[in-house]
Ligand binder design. Sequence first.
Ligand code: CO8
Length: 260
Amino acid sequence: MQYDNLLVEEREGIILLTINREKALNALNTQTMLELFQFFSSDYPKSDHIKGIVITGAGDRAFVAGADIKEFLDLDPKKGAEMAKRGHDIFFMIEQFPKPVVAAIHGFALGGGCELAMACHLRVATPEARFGQPEVNLGIVPGYGGTQRLIQYLGKTRALEYLMTADLFDAHQALSWGLLNHVVPRESLLDTAFGLIQKIASKGPVAISKIIELVNVYFSNPGEGFARELEAFGATTGTRDFREGASAFIEKRPAKFTGK
Ligand code: CO8
């Protein structure tokens, strides 16, 4: 599929998805959100040979500087709520995607950009990356899940401060607070993101998809987590991957998983 605002490249079974609106600091306009929806709902990223997805921003200045503010003046309560709902749906698709999705962040990750990064499973960033939810500067609240996910990573105390002051924070703060997995130089950014996915791809794919599901359940349905883990554990013992993983350990050889 051809996209106007996304670049889609495949390298060794990993998709590099680039938000490609460099002149607007990769702001998420309606068309880009539609294309993200089309991409994540298509069969291609779910194909057996795809190991995972790295999301990044074009150019050197931004991962994504937010939703496109130039589209905001037409908003009213009905349109605003509908637009935010579409964003929620897309970011839930990313959060629940059954293969690893890694955000590779350089420059600004603000508003909807910070929210996109938080919806990914893992995040790596350059030391120069800057994060924030500056929506209150515009007199609005975050609308793509930021009020909920920022608490998950920063805790209530810090989340309230950064949501209410609109202050930005840097990559080292984000690392120490648990928002980032790694901070690496610009030249290593994509390699680090790809390396994480390659490492995960050597594990049992069914188990990986269940891990993603179970960790998300902790936040979406906290009372159900332990019960869902029991179910998932039982289910994974019924897979061919489990037979292969256990046999490979006993036979002292690398496992060859098939995702079945
Ligand atoms: N939307 C549209 N255009 C943008 C955006 C944006 N979010 N951010 C930057 N741009 C554009 C600028 O307008 C400018 O374009 P032009 O050259 O045509 O004037 C170009 O990108 C470069 O930006 P600047 O000249 O401003 O660059 P600076 O280095 O001076 O500043 C900043 C960089 C600090 C990142 C600054 O651009 C900025 O503050 N951007 C806005 C950040 C922001 O407020 N983000 C949050 C937006 S709201 C949001 O994300 C809500 C999500 C939920 C939506 C729910 C449904 C509606």
